[in-house]
Design a protein. Sequence first.
Lengths: 430, 417
Amino acid sequence: MGFAARGAARALSATLLAGVLGGALLSTASADEASVIAGTPVGVGQGSCGSGWSGGDAGPLTFALTNGSSAIQEVQIQDTTSKRIFVDVEDLGIGATRSVALALAAGRYRFLCLAADGAPSASPAWQLTGDYSGATTPGALPATANDFVRAVDTYSAWTQGQLIHLGADVATLRAAVAAGNLVGARRAYRVAHRQYLLLGAAYGAFGDAGTAIDPQLTAGVTPLRDPELTGFPKLEAVLWHARPVARVKPAERTRMSRHRALRSTRRAQRRLTAYLRRNATPVATRLAGDVAALTRTFNHPVQPANIDMGLRSHEILEDALRSELLGRNDAGAHLTLFDIDAMIDATRDVIAPLRGLLATRDADLATTDAWLARLQAYVDAFHHTATDSWTPYQRLSSAQRRRLQATLSQTLEYLSEIAVVLDPVQAGPA
Amino acid sequence: MTRSRIEVSRRGLFGSAAAAAALGGGAVAAVAGAADAADSGDTGGSTGAADTVHPYEGAHQQGIVTQPQAAAAYLALDVEAADRAELRTMFQALTTASRWLTAGGTAPDAGMIATATDNGVLGGADVPADGLTITVSVGASLFDTRYGLAAKRPARLSTMPAFDDDLLDPAMCHGDLLIQVCAEHRDTVNRALRILLRATRGFLTVRWRMDGFTSPSRPDGAPRNLMGFKDGTANAAITAARYDDLVWTHAGGAEPAWVEGGSYHVVRLIRMLVEFWDRVSVREQNTLIGRERSSGAPLTGSHETDAPVFTGPGADAIAGNAHIRLASDSGAAATTGQQMLRRGYNYDAGIDVNGNLDMGLIFTTFNQDLERQFVAVQRRLAGEPLADYVLPYGGGYFFALPGVRGSDDWLGREMFA
């Protein structure tokens, strides 16, 4: 499974669902089909796109679209001048009828009938007339597959560069573990895990490789004792279960006691080194291998699908809302807020190559940026610069948790618009 | 100022459902002037039809003197708005969403540029208003230093104290804001509250929530609470002619000008210890309340509608510490201005940590004067024998904002003036 897994699964399940529902509807409603589905009957399909409609008054419109062809149809209504589309009915099954309601201003429009295979077709243009001034359905200029090429290429190249950094960060982590340097290993863990989070690996975007690198914790199982657990959370459990060896205190620096203290420190360090070699080294070694495998296979041959770009704009932080804020990703380091800070940056990294497409499509882009900044400012209020430590999420008051939740949720409301305006639709005929 | 509350059937007013979708609450209000069940003193349960539309705009908010609908959600919220401008935006967003939700019809069309406004719980096109009302009230904490509103606090609005028999859970008390959502069906309430919260996502957080229901009349008269007693019989005395004296606040005196047409909104989460109550004889239950459980009649009379007799021969049938005697001050409350409009809902919220049923009453009352009405009565009830069977544990004092007075108006506008 590669980057495109999510989009493919979504398309597949939608097709299955449409098939099941369509079948049920047809079997029960076939006797009186036409009368129960609201709207002006319009035929769609390659040979008969838009048949039954030739225009009328501007304002509220309801169409009953019937797929009379032998292929699944995607149906759009397009403004012939601006090329904006106002409706996109996907996966209209063979023989199925779907009602769509919208409100359009006066102008020239046409139906587009698109099948997965076969040439796209269009109805003759039709006219809406009159001085309707009420609310209209907001249309959008769809991003075509061509529009996505540069964004996907840019993001893929960026991700590959980041993966190389990740490999180096994991090597540093592995060396610290091997040296029995717990403090250094924890520091390296944070650097490496942040680097991984920056890749925006939400919702299994990296498939099996991602699952091995940063799996979800199993509910009800202590991470330290979970034999199935691998990657970052296992290392986190091991590293934060151990205690750093205390340094010899100045008060103990009389000759004899200092000698004893040093001996006891050396013993403790030997125990710690053995503990890390036994528990952390195998995990770090496997992690290095998994990262190397991901780096080798990423983008060969699977690039991020076009649909992934928009989806990931909100799914990285949706992951934060449904997992991080419920403590489901805390294996002992209590770095929830550190993680969310990284996920905000990861979201910005996904949006960065899309900005050109969004500039003309997402009227709320500036507001989205403002909420991302507001969210990050609130999260970073829990970072203590002097010690480079983060307040554990568990220590937040319920008022603080609610504010974080509200700020994150509002940010997600705006981010989700990116997925809508960049939802790839098939291009109609020229 | 008009006191007539209007209940209209959209189907009756407009020939086609599609036409109704295009019209806002203002249009509905302009043409309606129908009789009002609550005004006529009918204390029976709601009989509202799915297509009942309660006009959103008017001198007062809906959901106050509106006959209680079957289902309710109470949401206490804290405001997270960064400043005064965002607070205004929040109230405007609440107003906009409430206006179209309560009118019924189809949600604003997000088209191809955002996810759907409607969650689809009621379907999509032309959903019924279903008697939906949305009532927004403010708590004392909104008038702290955050938004520069300290001087605008309604004079009698304070933080609800713990009364003698209370065991308050801070997590279930108070709030900057209270949104009371009521409709004839639970799905309508569900859809509305999700849309309201979404419209104000970054500016409001839910502090506590309780859902309620009104039982049908069994077999007639006031709906019963979960102790089996008819509850709210005394509301019949509060006719529309008395709203100005008992329900609506007025500008002047200690009150700031903007409170005209609002009302002090008291919500108390009162758990009923029903396992214990069910082990008490009906005779004893009758004595504790002062009414006969089956008929709802005062123990001095035969029918629910009989006025209780608190003095003179035979008045001892209602014990000295019976709930209705204490609550009404042996009937004197009627002349001392202490009567209050009650609008409670039953709640049934699962179980407590020990497996006991958690159910009871969302006691709700609207007062012109918090101290003169609710607080005076509550103090008199301190230590009443009935207190052994109930546990007030949450709620708060709020102030129901004046109504949205036109299509350009929004909730709380004058509070910012």
